[in-house]
Design a protein around this ligand. Structure first.
Ligand code: ATP
Length: 689
């Protein structure tokens, strides 16, 4: 269908009111002239088309820059004639009164809300207020507020609300209120704003929470802490189906080192795994083992410590979950817990919230029908809820992100005295400088059994040698090392294309790439920075590709909703930062686009490994900007060659330039230099995990 664009060269055409003459929210109704004008301008069919798809209608004249564009220009110091804060897009206005966008991006400057009431409360704000789930509500504006009266404050400690008297004037545009995150700029004027904790889309440029009054003088109540859905409520227990290349796994060379390793298995049935586990495996359509499972299962069953590396998407999670469950069931010991603390038998740590959730789901599906109790801890969710869940019945297996785990350990809610198994998934990431202090804190905790008294296993697709070396200090001296294929190698089922694209051409190049896809459903676009993720997702939505995003600045419910929307095909494209690079196992990811290349090749291997999983074919397209990505060239070439991929000549040229550079003597130096930067970038992404 042809998209009708508002002809906005003349503001009167859409009856744009002048600043200060905006309608009060309450006066806007579906019968309002304002809306009729919009409908006339857009025509009914087009409006409905966009509303049904929750897509955006964009004014394309420069005069009417989209908010995303405007923000991009401002952030990048571009001059822009359009500094008007208050143009309202049709979609935003529509949102403003039907308030029902579920996901995807909404953008533009929101409506105007002015209320005066008997209690001397006054609020003016320009910004959206709508209930978006995975999508963004974007807006910018100014806010003024003056309020007096009783407000509800959220008491973090007790996880309850209390009344508080509040008075005074507040003139913030964007702000950070208790329990909220936001960004504000200046007094009287602000941009950005806040998003509440429970996932409603966002209010941008509002006056501060405590001062926001409505006509009935009802205080604004912060939303309750986020309680994630139970893993058990997940509909599907089936993982990704094996693809055509699954059988080729058997041709991959496996190297095993260490004293006297147990013999590998060739099938689940010959593994000695307990019948209940075999039944669960068959319910999950696990018929044939993968190489990493063939080696890891007997090693772990045998009680040996293990460091294992195998390509992305080759079944590492089951390779440790199954033998651990088997051993727990073989020698059950009493579970210690009371209303104050619990002592898990197994602790699994992984770097991101979504990944620990996924691992815990895997534990749950393989332990069905057993007495094994499964617990999950991660940030961005209600502490009270997670605490009650693990204390209610105790947990055998606790899967956690480091931050929330340490919090619980410091509060004495979790102690390690009963730990028999300690697992580091994405172990190289957990032991690099970003997370190492946390892991050390856990492993040196006074209640943690010594190396000799626990079994420690570590898995990853990448394992830089310096991290391998350091990791041995957490393992028994007779640990076994298993490498399926080349350590850190890319999955050969992913066709990798590298394109030379300079910074300012990336946006158009992305659109070109997406348009050439037969179907862009199942595309993950990786970017380095959170705001670029926002901008890119808004932009793609504007051009009619339903897109959502996941990054560290989004609230946890939004992150989870974004993933759900992407997994259920509601959103075709997911724009992500490093938070989604590792471990996430999503069916139907056909393409990975590196809009920005990461700073390390290991990160690249993980990113492109979101596609081409379990023998399925995948495609990865990367934009190489010689100015910023030069240092990656030599390593990228190595990865491309290892996976039998074509190396473009511009990449060879870039590598030559880098290797000739006096600042870098050899390959190791490149890697060391780059790793440091990467960790800093990643740390920025992770600060709120
Ligand atoms: N033997 C098997 N048979 C069928 N499906 C399997 C088997 N092993 C794993 N899978 C499925 O393969 C997918 C990938 O597994 P998993 O996420 O454990 O890979 P991974 O090696 O940990 O990947 P990454 O390195 O990206 O973390 C999952 O959907 C999982 O359910």
């Amino acid at each position: 269908m042809e998209e009708t664009v508002v002809n906005s060269s003349d503001p009167n055409k859409i009856n744009q009111p002048a600043v200060g003459e905006w309608k009060n929210n309450e006066n806007i109704s579906s019968n309002d002239n304002y809306e009729q004008n919009i409908v006339e301008t857009l025509n009914d069919a087009t409006l409905n088309y966009h509303l049904e798809r929750e897509s955006l209608i964009v004014e394309r004249q420069d005069h009417y820059l989209s908010t995303a564009e405007l923000r991009y220009r401002q952030d990048n110091g571009c001059s822009s004639e359009n500094t008007q804060d208050m143009w309202v897009s049709e979609t935003d206005l529509k949102n403003h009164y039907d308030n029902k966008n579920n996901s995807g991006y909404r953008k533009g400057t929101g409506g105007y809300n002015k209320s005066n009431n008997g209690n001397n409360s006054h609020e003016k704000s320009y910004g959206n207020d709508s209930t978006s789930n995975s999508g963004h509500v974007r807006g910018r504006g100014r806010g003024r507020g003056r309020g007096r009266g009783i407000i509800k404050r959220y008491d973090e400690e007790n996880e309850s609300f209390r009344d508080e008297y509040d008075s005074g004037i507040n003139n913030h545009g964007g702000n950070t209120a208790p329990g909220h995150r936001g960004r504000g700029r200046g007094l009287n004027r602000g941009r950005g704003g806040r998003r509440d904790q429970s996932g409603s889309g966002g209010w941008y440029g509002n006056s501060e929470d405590g001062h926001k009054k409505n006509e009935n003088d009802k205080p604004t109540i912060p939303k309750a802490p986020y309680i994630p859905p139970d893993i058990e409520s997940e509909e599907s227990i089936a993982g990704i189906e094996a693809g055509l290349n699954f059988d080729k796994y058997n041709t991959i060379e496996v190297k095993v080192s260490g004293i006297n390793p147990p013999k590998s298995i060739t099938s689940f049935h010959s593994s000695g795994l307990r019948t209940i586990l075999l039944d669960n495996l068959s319910n999950c359509n696990f018929a044939t083992t993968t190489p990493v499972q063939n080696y890891a299962i007997p090693i772990i069953i045998d009680g040996r410590d293990l460091m294992a590396s195998a390509q992305t998407g080759s079944g590492k999670t089951a390779a440790y979950v199954l033998p651990i469950l088997h051993n727990l069931l073989k020698q059950p010991t009493q579970l210690i817990y009371d209303e104050h603390h619990c002592e898990p038998h197994v602790v699994i740590i992984a770097p991101t919230r979504e990944l620990v959730s996924q691992i815990s789901e895997c534990v749950w599906k393989f332990s069905k029908g057993t007495d094994i109790r499964n617990g999950l801890l991660y940030g961005g969710t209600s502490v009270y809820h997670q605490k009650s869940k693990i204390l209610q019945r105790g947990v055998h297996i606790l899967t956690a992100t480091p931050g929330r785990l340490i919090d619980f350990v410091e509060k004495g809610i979790v102690t390690f005295s009963s730990v028999k198994f300690f697992v580091l998934d994405e172990a190289d990431r957990m032991l690099d400088m970003g997370f190492k202090p946390d892991i050390e804190q856990v492993l040196t905790n006074s209640t943690m059994p010594s190396i000799e008294s626990r079994q420690t296993v570590m898995f990853s697709a990448t394992f830089p040698s310096e991290i391998q070396h350091m990791a041995t200090s957490y393992l028994k001296s007779d640990y076994i090392f298993v490498a399926v294929g080349e350590v850190g190698g890319a999955c050969k089922d992913v066709v990798q294309t590298v394109m030379e694209v300079t910074k300012f051409k990336k946006k158009n190049a992305l659109l070109d790439v997406i348009k050439t896809m037969e179907n862009c459903q199942g595309t993950i676009v990786f970017v380095e920075r959170k705001k670029v993720a926002d901008y890119t997702a808004a932009y793609l939505s504007e051009v009619d590709f339903p897109t959502t995003s996941i990054h560290g600045a989004r609230e946890q419910p939004e992150r989870e909703q974004a993933l759900r929307d992407f997994k259920t095909n509601k959103m075709k494209i997911l724009v992500a930062t490093a938070v989604a690079a590792r471990g996430l196992d999503i069916k139907g990811v056909n393409y990975v686009v590196n809009f920005d290349l990461p700073k390390t090749v290991d990160e690249y291997v993980h990113r492109i490994g979101r596609t081409g999983r379990l023998g399925n074919a995948g495609k990865a397209i990367s934009f190489f900007d010689p100015e910023s990505d030069g240092p990656l060239a030599p390593e990228l070439i190595r990865i491309l060659k290892q996976a039998d991929q074509e190396v473009p000549s511009f990449l060879n040229d870039a590598a030559e330039r880098i290797l000739a550079s006096p600042a870098i003597d050899n390959f190791n130096d490149i890697r060391t230099n780059v790793d440091v930067t990467s960790n800093l970038v990643a740390a920025e992404e992770e600060e709120e995990w």
